[in-house]
Design a protein around this ligand. Structure first.
Ligand code: C5P
Length: 218
C-alpha cells in the first residue's frame, strides 16, 4: 500500500499524512523535510543557493537520513538532528531555489524510493511530485488543495501569529509559483489523483476522507 499525498504549501499535508499513516499502520515520509534538510546544509556550508551550478556541485555531499515513524518523523543531516533548523524562515525562503536543481532532485528521489522499498507494511509519502514522478504506480494518489486565504491563516496560526497572515500568504504564493513553474518535476496533480479541497473541511474530515479512499483499495 503506497499512498502519495501531494499539494501546495499549507494544505495540511503533513498533519493529514501522519494521521493517515498512524491510523492505517503505515510508515510515513515527509519529502519536503528532505529538501529543507539539503537546503539547510547548503546554507550552513556557505553555498550560494541562488547559484544552481554551485548547488548541483555540492548536492551529493550531505548524508540525509529520514525516519519513517509517523509519530516521530526525525531527520538528520550528517548525523545531526535537523528537525528544528529546517523550519526556519531562512530555509523556507531558500528551499524552492535548491529543490529546483535537477541534481538535488535526483538525489532526493533515490532516498525516497529507498524509503518506500524499506517499508513492506506500506507508506504514506507526502510532497509535490510524488504521484507524478517519484511513485507513479502509487496505490492511492491524493492532491490536497485549499484557498490561499485558508492556507495562509493555517500557517500563520502554526507560527502562533509571529508572521502575519498577509506576509504568510505572499510567501506561500511565491513558493507555490516557483514550485509549479520549475522545469524538473514541478508541483502538479497526477492525472489519476483524487483532488480533495480542504478549504471548508476540518482536519478530521480530511483524514477520514483519505482513510476511506485507502480502505477501498485494500
Ligand atoms: O512540504 P514543505 O513545505 O516542507 O516543502 C518545502 C519545499 O520543498 C517546497 O516548497 C518545495 O520547494 C520542495 N519540495 C519539492 N518536492 C517535494 C517536496 C517538497 O520540491 N516532493
Amino acid at each position: 500500500m503506497i499512498v502519495a499525498i501531494d499539494g501546495p504549501s499549507g494544505t495540511g499535508k503533513s498533519s493529514t499524512s501522519r494521521a493517515v499513516a498512524e491510523k492505517l499502520g503505515l510508515r510515513y515520509l515527509d519529502t519536503g523535510a528532505q529538501y529543507r534538510a539539503i537546503t539547510w546544509w547548503m546554507l550552513s556550508n556557505g553555498v550560494d543557493v541562488n547559484d544552481p551550478v554551485a548547488v548541483a556541485d555540492q548536492a551529493g555531499k550531505p548524508s540525509i537520513v529520514s525516519g519513517t515513524d509517523p509519530l516521530a518523523p526525525a531527520i538528520t543531516v550528517d548525523g545531526i538532528d535537523a528537525g528544528a533548523p529546517i523550519r526556519t524562515q531562512e530555509v523556507t525562503a531558500a528551499v524552492s531555489a535548491v529543490s529546483a536543481v535537477p541534481e538535488v532532485r535526483t538525489r532526493m528521489v533515490e532516498l525516497q524510493r529507498a524509503a518506500v522499498s524499506g517499508a513492506p507494511e506500506g507508506i504514506v509519502v507526502e510532497g509535490r511530485d510524488i504521484g507524478t514522478t517519484v511513485l507513479p504506480d502509487a496505490t492511492v494518489k491524493i492532491f490536497l488543495t485549499a484557498s490561499a486565504e485558508a492556507r495562509a491563516a493555517r500557517r500563520s496560526g502554526e507560527l502562533n501569529g509571529a508572521v502575519t497572515v498577509a506576509a504568510t500568504r505572499a510567501d506561500l504564493i511565491r513558493r507555490d509559483t516557483a514550485d509549479s513553474s520549475r522545469t524538473t518535476s514541478p508541483l502538479a496533480k497526477a492525472a489519476d489523483a483524487v483532488e480533495v479541497d480542504t478549504t471548508e473541511l476540518t482536519l478530521t474530515q480530511v483524514i477520514e476522507c483519505i482513510v476511506t479512499l485507502v480502505e477501498e483499495k485494500r
